[in-house]
Design a protein around this ligand. Structure first.
Ligand code: SPV
Ligand code: MG
Length: 295
């Protein structure tokens, strides 16, 4: 029997296979485990969601080492491949090189970097006013990242923000081609429109020169079959667990506050036993039997 493929190889396979694959957002160890149990094949470590669960903004307010520490909990809690949303790479080409080495050491399967300027702002906040990186400078980051990886299947996804910034389809294609030539393993083309038209136009012109990744947060009502037909390789559901957690926590907090009793919430929240299960408490009890057995 062949050994199971590494996380690096599994993410790469999701990118290059003809089949449409999906990454689900997670932002800590618990959500990473929940993503695995739901049946997903991979995790998007969202910058928005990780900063939100820290209670800070998506402006690189959390340091890159705090992000990497969070990833370590996620990788421990789930054996799925993780694609980190690495924002702009947290600096210049040299920061990208160090990031790639640290991610590999923690078993993170790949990183996505976007062609904006550090410190970044989320694309859905005034995206059209945000400056883009110079093409050559961004290509240098991609190349530096690829040159520094030691795992052959570590993936670097280059994210094109030209459509968000209002620079148009031609600029988006020019940038994507430059990033492909610089060594990017896939292109993430992002859009903030509520319809997928510009994404589909890009996919048509791109004609599968390299794997294509999309994030349909804003054009969420588009049937997934449309993406499949367009030859998209990977869809990222980018922020839905942190949003689900927020609305659930808001409702439970309000209910307990207003009613001054737990009786209305007990039945509709995870049991304490379920939390123990998600923490793998049984394994600890088992280990106690082995290692404390002299008692
Ligand atoms: C994220 O999840 O942090 C992303 C995707 O970068 S988006 O918020 O759509 O820019
Ligand atoms: Mg992000």
């Amino acid at each position: 029997i062949a050994p199971p493929a590494s996380r690096f190889a599994r993410l790469r396979q999701m990118l290059v296979s003809d089949e449409l694959d999906f990454l689900m957002e997670a932002h800590n160890g618990l959500s990473a485990r929940i993503v695995r149990e739901a049946g997903f094949k991979g995790i998007w470590a969202s910058g928005l969601a990780i900063s939100a669960q820290f209670g800070v903004r998506d402006n690189n307010e959390a340091s890159w080492t705090q992000v990497v520490d969070t990833l370590e909990f996620m990788a421990d809690a789930s054996d799925l491949p993780i694609l980190l949303d690495g924002d702009t790479g947290y600096g210049n080409f040299n920061n990208v090189r160090r990031l790639v080495r640290k991610l590999e050491q923690r078993g993170i399967a790949g990183v996505c970097i976007e062609d904006k300027v550090f410190p970044k702002t989320n694309s859905f906040i005034g995206g059209e006013r945000q400056p883009l990186a110079e093409i050559d400078e961004f290509c240098g980051k991609i190349k530096a990242g690829k040159d520094s990886q030691t795992e052959s299947d570590f993936s670097i996804v280059a994210r094109v923000e030209a459509l968000i910034a209002g620079w148009g389809l031609e600029e988006a294609l020019t940038r994507a081609e430059a990033y492909r030539r610089a060594g990017a393993d896939a292109i993430l083309i992002h859009s903030k429109l509520s319809r997928p038209d510009e994404i589909l136009a890009f996919a048509r012109e791109w004609a599968q020169r390299a794997p294509l990744v999309i994030v349909p947060t804003k054009y969420y009502s588009t049937p997934t079959e449309v993406f499949r037909k367009a030859g998209i390789n990977l869809v990222i559901w980018a922020n839905h667990l942190v949003r689900g957690a927020a609305s659930s926590m808001q409702a439970v907090a309000k209910e307990i506050h207003d009613s001054e009793t737990l009786v209305n919430v007990e039945e509709r929240i995870a049991s304490v036993d379920e939390i123990f299960r998600l923490q793998n408490a049984d394994e600890y009890s088992e280990a106690e039997r082995i290692y404390l057995s002299s008692a």
